[in-house]
Design a protein around this ligand. Structure first.
Ligand code: SF4
Length: 316
């Protein structure tokens, strides 16, 4: 899986002072599972080292200008960003990790100044980040600072793996039966993300109007990418656990039922992390041969070494 990244986060010495902003989660942990497409829009335009730049609101437009020289870099940064966007699409990236607060790469809340150099009340995205969002609206995008939050990190990692899964599926010339199988395996994950979108996808897959497959795939893909961009909630995740438990109710012993019930309840109350009820459900699904449950992506949406569901703060 390919992921775009602000190059300085990988340790490339391309920032304004010829230093880097290496972020170990990106350069080490996630690097084991992805192939990076590192990009730095500023280095080829302004060189390394370079003067610092900032966003300036002038005549109602946001420009990127040199801090000291006041030179306007908007046009060359726009041009290189367009070239990078073309490359990202060609490479088939499944996400992008941006460097926070940068007037080029910052995903949000980048300071904007007036022409006299005073900060405006509004903030913006960096010039490249804004173009990236517009060009690839469903692409999973996060920035380094936000990924310290366990909830944001779990959702982002889940989203990039689901995005990649859809990308590969849609490139595989799928038939209607393949789509039904894809949807079936994702059912509980989608239900935990967004019940309304999950049901809408069910209607699309049922295809009662006998629409052509191409149209169905487009509609389904749009809804799927919207759903996986939603953040998990304890309440909807608990509903899914209940649903899963329903498949086991005629198999479990009273002790197993009690064990599962209390693990689910304690997850709902924020006492234990999601990994505990999920482990029990997987174990029982395997023990009693409930294939439908065993196949659900919900139980392992990304490699388990990430251990993100062991963190109490990953769900709220
Ligand atoms: S934040 Fe973006 S533009 Fe700035 S050094 Fe990092 S990759 Fe380059």
């Amino acid at each position: 899986m390919k992921i775009g990244v602000s190059a300085c986060l990988l340790g490339v010495e391309c920032n304004w002072s010829a230093g880097h902003n290496r972020y170990p989660f990106v350069s080490e942990d996630l690097a084991k599972y992805v192939e990076y497409v590192p990009l730095c829009p500023e280095a080829p335009v302004l060189g390394v080292p370079r003067e610092t730049i900032r966003l300036v609101k002038e005549e109602g437009r946001i420009k990127v200008k040199g801090h000291k020289s006041e030179r306007d870099y908007t046009q060359p940064l726009t041009q290189i960003s367009q070239e990078y966007l073309k490359r990202l699409k060609e490479e088939g990236v499944c996400g992008f990790i941006l460097k926070a607060k940068s007037p080029t790469c910052g995903m949000e809340r980048v300071k904007v100044y007036n022409p006299q150099g005073m900060p405006e009340r509004e903030s913006e995205a960096g010039i490249f980040a804004k173009m990236l969002r517009q060009a690839m609206p469903h692409l999973p995008i996060e920035e380094d600072g936000r990924l310290y939050d366990a909830w944001i990190k779990e959702n982002f990692i889940m989203q990039i793996f689901a995005y990649e899964s859809w990308r590969l599926f849609s490139l595989s010339s799928p038939k209607m039966g393949d789509l039904v199988h894809f949807y079936t395996r994702y059912k509980f994950l989608l239900q935990a993300k967004d019940e309304r979108l999950y049901r809408e996808m069910g209607r699309v897959v049922a295809n009662s109007d006998q629409k052509p497959l191409g149209e169905i795939l487009l509609q389904f893909g749009e809804l799927f990418l919207q759903a996986i961009a939603k953040k998990n909630k304890i309440s909807t995740t608990y509903n899914v656990l209940e649903h899963c438990a329903g498949f086991l109710k005629n198999h479990l012993t009273p002790t197993q039922k009690e064990e599962l019930r209390s693990a689910m309840q304690e997850f709902r109350e924020g006492i234990v992390p999601l990994v505990l009820p999920v482990r029990l459900l997987r174990l029982y699904a395997k023990q009693y041969g409930i294939g439908y449950l065993q196949d659900q992506i919900f139980f392992e949406p990304y490699p388990r070494d990430f251990a993100l569901r062991s963190d109490l703060k990953a769900y709220k």
